[in-house]
Design a protein around this ligand. Sequence first.
Ligand SMILES: Nc1nc2c(ncn2[C@@H]2O[C@H](COP(=O)(O)OP(=O)(O)OP(=O)(O)O)[C@@H](O)[C@H]2O)c(=O)[nH]1
Length: 254
Amino acid sequence: MAFVLGLLLKTRAAGRITNGIYLGGSLLLTSMTLDVWDEFLRYPESSQLMSWLESLPMPIGFVVLGLTAHQWYHETQIMQRQMRLRETHLREHRWLDPLTLLYTKPYLEYVLKREISLQRATGQSLTLVGINIKNFDLLNQQLGCAVGDQLLRQLGELLVLLSRPDDTACREHADRFVLVLPHTTMEQAEIIVRTLLNALTEALNKVTEVRLEASLLRVTEPNAAAALRQLNALMQQSSVAPGKQSDYAQLAHH
Ligand SMILES: Nc1nc2c(ncn2[C@@H]2O[C@H](COP(=O)(O)OP(=O)(O)OP(=O)(O)O)[C@@H](O)[C@H]2O)c(=O)[nH]1
């Protein structure tokens, strides 16, 4: 039982379900251990405590494990649905970056083209966000490419986790990531990006200290390539004040 618990905890990510398995399993383990001890040790007839300690954790453990299994089932269903969706979109292998498992630039261009057409038809706002790790080259040199890779991978996972269902997260190039935020105004995007940068920096700083910079662009260009060129030009500047312009902004966090 302890071995099974250990294996489960090693393979599962930390979270509510893992805690549930750990708690339920530990309660069962306690009951079983006391039951085995019972065969070798004699408790005083008058002491009810050991008998309670032996029998009570078992039903509670089963209830906790039952509830956890229910949540686990739902989690698996959501993940399977997400995998199916991804698979449908990703039949084209070049659309998926092997390191971060985010979409690549060709897919970004495809999505952006579609969103620009929709924006022109509906008149809704469309915002692009470029996220860059500052001095990533130096980080690679100082800590090694393996740490650099780990950082990119983690950033990719967090971007997927923290984006809204309609957003698209891509690794555009090296340490540059782009988010496509449909029907989102610049003001809304700024709120989203500030929260995102906080969360990303907090998580990534557990690996190593990083400085992230985000550039926001309200898409006004009629084609995807021109919009991406505009975003790239914005990402190369570092002195654009946040919120000073209505069409673009730059936010930094470290
Ligand atoms: N570890 C790792 N490094 C990569 C990968 N792809 C590109 N790089 C490195 O990323 C670095 C990007 O360098 P730059 O574009 O100069 O970025 P930077 O150092 O962050 O510069 P600023 O953005 O101006 O601060 C280069 O050293 C590339 O070798 C990768 O998949 N893994």
